[in-house]
Write a protein that binds this ligand. Structure first.
Ligand code: HEM
Ligand SMILES: *[C@@H]1O[C@H](CO)[C@@H](O)[C@H](O)[C@H]1NC(C)=O
Ligand SMILES: *[C@@H]1O[C@H](CO)[C@@H](O)[C@H](O)[C@H]1NC(C)=O
Ligand SMILES: *[C@@H]1O[C@H](CO)[C@@H](O)[C@H](O)[C@H]1NC(C)=O
Length: 559
């Protein structure tokens, strides 16, 4: 007999059970009551763009993969068209897959399309008080940061960074010559070192230098925590924010990231200050920011973070793009040969390309446009949030709608590009400014006025975003991309490991964005096997000589 239900026992057990059962009932009722608004909010608003049917509470989140959702959205355009309406839980999300809509909304209506979605972990736990320019909502706090940041990107400032970019690219050749197996780290070092030098006046000598390591470490942990699934959906279901820290490992992780991030950024700024106190100046950006702190309206925390965030924003974006370029060369060896012809024509074998050569290197420029098209590093776009209700093409977008400009779809559109999956820099040659199937550089005479205007405003690449939040560092990044592409193809042959002299055989690297690329938020290739050899002894000697010639250049920079 499992339950001896005697009289006394009965009342005893009943008493014992009533409390927990009623507590449970109350808890379930409370949970249901708490969830009702979320069920309601997960429905599609009226006149919303087409998209898959949402489930209660989670909306379409069941369909969204944890990474590379941009390829799925691209697929969906066949079914739903270029403007897709989705529900991420209670949030209204619109994915724009055609450049014209990005141009019309994010760019032209920028005054209302330039905020960022709420991000509790980034904005409330890690970078409190609107210190992170990328995550800050549209408003006065962001404007102060953006205005101050522009100081690094004036024509004069950009020009003063060029020698640093060139010198670091020269070092990168030397590093790769010495240790080709570490090509991946050497390229990662390059981008961080440029920012360390130009922003903080400090040296990032090796990938294993403490500051370079600390940056990638903190950055990787930060982005990992922001990935879907790493933490509960605290921005959609906001009461989850109140989970006590003892039950929320993600809150502890956020705290540790904040601690390590602040330690790094303050340590860097202290280094710059200390050197300034000794009366030594390198002309770096932080010196200007510290001089103008009062004028800019930035306190210590915001000054420090601005420098740190520039390093975050400029490091793995640029390095991932360069790594994608090397991978692309393995897919298309002809492109390598043509790029080499380009630099050989201008530089011969006596010296490697410099910044002064870039205007004379059309194929190198085409390589840059093509890599930004083929593997845009922020392929899914950085979300913009609409701040007031808007209508467009018969749709209604409620205030708070989150917009993604899907760079992947924009630049893999078969109507626009010939064989979009192929890496082919040639598509940009012959004055074809947009690399499109048809040469549409000129405005077609039979188009209406509005359409003509739109065509004139078209961007070469949407990989930098659009509108008021567009990448501040585009010009600086382009210089880094071009000088490294030019120098690397000048100095080395890149080939599939184990291939014969005719580039046949060997282990083909995986160029697929699905399987050959890392899972994280940025589109970055996994480490891939590649055989890197100097093109001749002469080339190798030049690389060594040019590296020797840099002695002294770095002396002013603190180690
Ligand atoms: C290949 C390299 C790079 C790519 C593809 C890239 C791409 C982007 C994209 C897509 C955005 C978001 C734009 C939007 O919301 O519409 C962005 C924002 C930003 N980028 Fe870059 N970026 C690169 C390099 C850099 C560099 C080198 C710096 C600075 C040193 C930089 C600084 C910034 C800043 C400060 C923002 C925040 C803008 C804001 O929210 O107001 N980026 N970048
Ligand atoms: C937040 O930033 C503002 C603007 O720089 C500053 O005045 C304020 O003291 C900061 N608040 C906290 C709590 O640090
Ligand atoms: C930076 O310097 C300040 C004042 O000189 C000091 O209080 C702080 O601990 C230093 N921070 C780091 C990370 O070295
Ligand atoms: C493409 O159009 C541009 C601008 O009109 C022109 O300069 C260029 O020669 C054209 N290229 C080709 C290949 O037709």
């Amino acid at each position: 007999m499992p339950f001896p239900l005697g009289g006394n026992q009965m009342s005893w057990t009943t008493n014992l059970w009533i409390l927990p059962v009623s507590l449970l009932v109350a808890a379930v009722a409370a949970l249901i009551a708490a969830l009702v608004p979320y069920v309601w909010a997960s429905r599609r608003p009226k006149s919303f763009p087409p998209g898959p049917k949402p489930l209660p509470i989670i909306g379409n989140l069941n369909l969204i993969p944890p990474s590379k959702a941009f390829t799925l959205f691209h697929e969906w355009t066949k079914q739903y068209g270029p403007i897709i309406g989705l529900k991420f839980g209670p949030a209204n999300v619109v994915v724009l897959n055609h450049w014209k809509d990005v141009q019309e909304l994010l760019e032209k209506r920028g005054h209302i399309y330039s905020s960022r979605p709420a991000n509790y972990i980034a904005n409330e736990l890690i970078c409190k008080n609107e210190t992170h320019i990328l995550f800050a909502p549209y408003g006065d706090g962001w404007k102060v940061l953006r205005r101050a940041a522009q100081g690094l990107f004036t024509p004069a400032s950009l020009a003063s960074v060029l020698p640093i970019q060139e010198a670091e690219a020269t070092q990168t050749l030397y590093d790769i010559l010495r240790e080709p197996a570490r090509y991946y780290e050497h390229i990662q070092r390059y981008t961080t070192a440029v920012i360390l030098a130009s922003v903080f006046g400090q040296r990032g000598e090796d990938f294993n230098s403490p500051n370079v390591q600390a940056l990638y470490d903190v950055q990787n942990r930060f982005t990992a925590l922001l990935e879907p699934g790493a933490a509960p959906p605290v921005d959609g279901i906001t009461f989850l924010q109140h989970i006590p820290e003892s039950l929320a490992p993600w809150k502890r992780r956020a705290k540790e990231i904040r601690r390590d991030q602040r330690a790094l950024y303050f340590r860097l700024l202290n280094g710059t200050k200390e050197r300034m106190q000794r009366g030594v100046r390198t002309g770096c950006f932080m010196e200007k920011l510290l001089d103008d702190q009062a004028k800019n309206g930035l306190d210590e925390e915001h000054t420090t973070y601005l420098g740190g965030i520039l390093m975050e924003a400029g490091s793995d974006t640029t390095s991932s793009t360069l790594l994608s370029f090397l991978l692309a060369l393995l897919q298309n060896p002809l492109a390598l040969r043509r790029a080499q012809e380009d630099v050989d024509r201008v530089c011969g074998v006596e010296r490697s390309p410099t910044m002064n050569d870039l205007d004379d290197l059309p194929y190198i420029e085409a390589c840059m446009h093509e890599i930004l098209r083929w593997r845009p590093v922020a392929a899914g776009g950085i979300p913009h949030m609409l701040t007031q209700t808007d209508t467009y093409k018969g749709y209604i977008f409620p205030a708070g709608t989150i917009f993604f400009a899907n760079t992947w779809a924009i630049h893999h559109d078969e109507d626009e590009y010939d064989e979009p999956a192929a890496f082919n820099p040639d598509r940009w040659l012959g004055g074809n400014k947009f690399g499109t199937k048809e040469n549409i550089s000129t405005v077609l005479p039979n188009e209406g006025k509005q359409q003509q205007q739109l065509l004139q405003q078209r961007k070469t690449s949407y990989g930098w975003g659009a509108g008021r939040r567009i990448c501040s560092g585009q010009k600086m990044a382009e210089a880094s991309l071009k000088i490294n592409i030019a120098k690397m193809v000048w100095a080395f042959d890149f080939a599939i490991e184990g291939a014969d002299a005719d580039a046949r055989g060997g282990r083909r690297p995986d160029v697929s964005v699905e399987t050959g690329y890392q899972g994280g938020f940025l589109v970055c290739p996994k480490k891939f096997p590649v055989r890197i050899r100097p093109r001749s002894d002469k080339h190798a000697a030049v690389v060594r000589r040019e590296w020797e010639g840099l002695r002294g250049f770095y002396e002013s920079l603190a180690a």
